[in-house]
Design a protein around this ligand. Structure first.
Ligand SMILES: Cc1ncc(COP(=O)(O)O)c(C=O)c1O
Length: 406
């Protein structure tokens, strides 16, 4: 490590809150699926900033759109019309409808947590209007929906919630992929209120890539329908082609009531959104919800370029093909005991609980990976990776793993 790294580390450690344990590397540039550190070393990126850099680092179509926009207008607020906002919302509607004759309306925010926060507020309005004031939200054990107080209450993980208790009221949990337990959970009361919505990730990401079974998601849709409750699908990580569909729910053949999104939407420029069909969306009247920065012209320019690329012929097919190839090659590794996921959202379980050590060691071998649990490695590469990139990964992983095994 050189002087530049030492300074970056010293300043960061002194002046930035220690909410993340940083890896010993400073990235200074990126192109496509490659990252470069301050000494010029190259890394193949299988994390893409936690599933964010969807069409590759510094994709020139995104950077050109940004360049054009930043030289014209940076910000004016949501009081005014701006370029790109309507175009992005229309494209999201088309991607959500996926050939069906429906119109979805989006609210633009700045992060996944904010998107989910807005979805929870919209569900509460629905509960007030249609379910005698019920405002409960049921989510799945080991889910991850964000770090604001309400989204933390929906993040059903004790270790994340406990330091901040008491959390907002009315949140309940149900085990993933357990249909009988779901029925009980939807009929229960939480802090004296019935649920108005069920909130699920089609594939749980943060806890280690755990997909819903098709039966569970289908039952979830039917049971919420029967009770007049909403189904909120959190597509913050799974959305925007990550799983080989525009949105993961499309691979399950269900249609939710509210969809939340962020991460891959704008290739690295902060943006989040939640969307609902017109009738439900119209419960939010002017003044009831808002944001200063959300839906600004710069973020929307990036999202416009990113989503245009995603809608081009062959993009989704490429993600599916690469996802299948990645999973097939990972399954060949003798120390991998389980391979899960859809599209280019993939998790593997390891024979030994050395995932954190392996991820650190991978950096020394020029690979960027992620360990969501002691025995799990998660792969969320840019969606533009090629077979050769997967081959490099598979060639390097055995040594990366062997060197950290006890
Ligand atoms: C499924 C899901 N929902 C919500 C969030 C929160 O998003 P953000 O960190 O942008 O607030 C995440 C982040 O990892 C996520 O994976």
């Amino acid at each position: 490590m050189g002087k530049q790294f030492d300074l970056a580390q010293k300043l960061d450690n002194t002046y930035v809150m220690h909410t993340f344990v940083r890896k010993p590397v400073e990235f200074v540039s990126g192109a496509g699926q490659w990252l470069i550190d301050e000494e010029g070393n190259e890394y193949l990126d299988f994390l893409s900033g936690i599933g964010v850099v969807s069409v590759g680092h510094c994709n020139t179509r995104v950077t050109s759109a940004l360049e054009e926009q930043i030289n014209k207008l940076l910000h004016v607020s949501n009081y005014y019309y701006v370029e790109h906002r309507g175009e992005v919302a229309e494209r999201i509607s088309l991607m959500l409808a996926n050939g069906n004759d429906e119109t979805w309306q989006s609210f633009f925010a700045n992060s996944g947590a904010e998107a989910n926060e807005g979805a929870i507020k919209l569900a509460r309005l629905w509960g007030k209007q249609s379910l005698d004031g019920a405002y409960g939200i049921v989510s799945a054990v080991k889910s991850f929906h964000g770090r604001t107080l309400a989204t933390l209450a929906a993040t059903a993980q004790d270790n994340k919630q406990d330091p901040f208790a008491p959390l907002p009221m009315g949140f309940g949990r149900t085990p993933l992929n357990d249909i009988e337990a779901l029925e009980v959970a939807l009929d229960a009361e939480y802090d004296g209120t019935k649920p108005c919505a069920l909130m699920l990730e089609c594939v749980q990401g943060e806890s280690g890539v755990w997909p819903c079974t098709p039966e569970f998601l289908k039952a979830a849709r039917e049971m919420t329908h029967e009770r007049g409750m909403l189904l909120i699908v959190d597509e913050v990580q799974t959305g925007f082609c990550r799983t080989g569909e525009y949105f993961a729910f499309q691979g399950y053949d269900i249609v939710p009531d509210i969809v939340t999104m962020a991460k891959g939407i704008a290739d690295g420029i902060p943006m989040g959104a939640f969307a609902a069909r017109t009738e439900l969306a119209s419960l939010l009247q002017p003044g009831m919800h808002g944001t200063t920065f959300g839906g600004g012209p710069v973020a929307c320019a990036a999202a416009d370029a990113t989503t245009q690329i995603m809608c081009e012929e062959g993009f989704l097919a490429h993600v599916r093909e690469m996802g299948e190839y990645l999973r097939k090659r990972l399954a060949e590794l003798p120390f991998v005991t389980d391979v899960r996921g859809r599209g280019l959202m993939c998790g593997v379980s390891l024979e030994q609980p050395v995932a954190a050590e392996a991820v650190l060691n991978a950096l020394r071998h020029g690979l960027v990976l992620n360990a969501p649990a002691a025995d799990i490695i998660r792969f969320l590469p840019p969606l533009i990776i090629e077979k050769e990139d997967v081959d490099v990964l598979i060639e390097k992983l055995p040594l990366v793993y062997k060197e950290v095994c006890k």
